[in-house]
Design a protein around this ligand. Structure first.
Ligand SMILES: [Zn+2]
Length: 521
């Protein structure tokens, strides 16, 4: 059913058509939700065994914008993102650290939530964990066996790919190619190389749960099928994840869920985000220098500390989610293990955010004084940009187009604030009021500019000071000395102090509220 939605600003009711690229159909299609006005989204969440890297942040941000925009368009969104808290990688890492897997899981679940908050992702509506979903998983495996698409083998249970006719449809790979790439690993008891594990018999020292096939733990793919069904039903609207999950993970999820519930069930649309490339390409395992650099430069926490989580989000949103994005790292020196690093994409994103926050702060300051304008016309440019931003997002969540529209609004606000736009005073005031309101609407769709401008700019200045080794105490002392010199009418001394500060990349700005300063690039 075509969703008939209320415009986000509540001013009018209009039919909004959301287009999205469906990986199964391999084309852009119109979103037709299962229930009018409601949309269910399942996104594959993290395996919590380590800190996130930049590549992990991309699906988080991309699908956070999907949920935010659909909500802004009036849909009731139910967004489910799981946590994988039992897995080979968790067991291996816990053994390396000589701690119980549960301790590792608790630690990195908390770190994951910290990172999500830093990159301004809203919490999902449900965040199921595998270890709390074992009953659902066991029940689903039993159904698959009863349907004849899975079989037990000596404590393991496998999905029988030969009994699922449309296997390979999602990843668009011929069965012969998939067959050629399939292997039977040591210890596996499957009948065909393509078959995959739904349930793994317990090994000594590993976490396990009782089941009809003996103690064991779930395979990776079955957990998402079970959790999606529990929280969204046997059929739901959108399944989302990174393009690297298409095969085998999503192909297997689809096979399991349709194997249990029949053709046409499970996700109605599949959305996949593109890769984050590193210095123009993928990292080769044989390139030691690239791997060292990756370890140093790709850790999300470090990047957020250096440039703010919001800058990282803004960087990711400059490219539409399906396209690959290049993350450039500049090494200022010979030794990749120790030389200082720079991230031009994040520097640029932080600079653009500083411009935006400064504009919003000026807008708030300007509108805090004087009376609100009476109803009437605004500058025509103030009418168009929000609609352009929303239609960019309606068109397969084109955040690049949305950010360009947002840039127009910020530029218009600055032209008015700088007195560079010819218009009657009341039109200018009304336009600024409209911009202030619409910028808040845009902010909630993109997850940008939602913080207090003064606080963000103060934190930005601290980061810039740290990067330039500027002592803020010294700057404050210089400013006091300059104020004293000006009061004593010693203008040459005051000017000399301004120049000293400028030489240290500090620019001072005198305004009616006093003197402020910022760190230059
Ligand atoms: Zn999944």
């Amino acid at each position: 059913m075509r969703p008939i939605l209320c415009a986000a600003d509540g001013r009018s009711t209009s039919v909004v058509v959301i287009q999205l690229f469906d990986s199964l159909e391999r084309k852009k299609v119109e979103l037709q939700t299962l229930q009018p006005g409601r949309v269910g989204i399942y996104s594959c969440g993290p395996t919590v065994y380590n800190f996130l890297h930049l590549g992990n942040a991309r699906p988080l941000v991309a699908f956070d914008v999907v949920a935010r925009h659909l909500r802004a368009r009036g849909l009731v969104v139910h967004y489910v993102r799981n946590i994988t808290d039992v897995d080979d990688k968790i067991i291996r890492r816990a053994a390396e650290l000589a701690i119980p897997p549960s301790e590792l899981v608790e630690r990195f679940t908390a770190e994951f939530h910290t990172d999500c908050a830093a990159i301004r992702c809203l919490p999902p509506d449900a965040e199921p964990r595998v270890t709390a979903s074992i009953d659902d998983i066991v029940a689903l495996v039993e159904r698959l066996i009863a349907k004849g698409v899975a079989y037990a083998a000596d404590g393991d249970v496998y999905f029988s790919v030969a009994n699922f006719p449309t296997y390979g449809a999602l990843s668009h790979q011929p069965l012969d190619d998939l067959q050629a790439g399939a292997r039977v690993e040591l210890g596996e008891k499957k009948r065909a190389a393509m078959d995959f594990a739904l349930w793994k018999a317990a090994k000594p020292g590993e976490p396990s749960w009782p089941s009809p096939w003996g103690p064991g733990r779930p395979g990776w793919h079955i957990e998402c099928s079970a959790m999606a069904e529990r929280h969204l039903g046997g059929t739901f609207d959108i399944h989302a994840g990174g393009v690297d999950l298409t095969f085998p993970h999503h192909e297997n999820e689809r096979a399991q869920s349709q194997g249990a519930n029949g053709p046409g069930t499970f996700a109605r649309y599949w959305m996949h985000n593109g890769f984050v490339n590193f210095n123009g390409g993928k990292i080769s395992k044989s390139d030691e220098a690239a791997r060292v650099l990756f370890d140093r430069a790709f850790k999300l926490r470090l990047l957020c500390d250096r440039h703010s989580g919001e800058a990282l989000r803004a960087f990711l949103l400059t490219t539409q989610y399906r396209n690959p994005i290049n993350f450039e790292v500049v090494v200022d020196g010979e030794d990749v293990a120790t030389a200082p690093l720079r991230f031009p994409g994040l520097e640029d994103a932080e600079r653009r955010l500083a411009y935006g926050y400064l504009t919003i702060e000026r807008l708030h300051d300007q509108l805090a004084v004087g009376k609100a304008a009476a109803p009437g016309p605004v500058v025509p440019e103030a009418e168009a940009w929000l609609a352009a931003l929303q239609s960019a997002l309606d068109d397969d969540f084109n955040t690049a187009g949305a950010i360009a529209a947002l840039g127009e609004a910020l530029s218009l606000a600055n032209r008015i604030l700088d007195g560079k736009l010819e218009a009657p005073k009341d039109v200018r005031r009304r336009t600024l009021e409209r911009l202030q309101r619409d910028l808040a609407i845009a902010a909630s769709s993109l997850g940008l500019y939602e913080q207090d401008p003064g606080e963000w700019l103060a934190a930005h200045r601290s980061r810039r000071c740290a990067a330039r080794s500027i002592d803020t105490g010294w700057v404050d002392a210089q400013l006091s000395a300059r104020t004293a010199a000006r009061q004593a009418k010693d203008f040459s001394r005051a000017d000399a102090i301004r120049q000293e500060l400028a030489a240290a990349h500090v620019e001072i700005m005198d305004n009616p509220k006093g003197t402020t300063w910022r760190v230059l690039d």
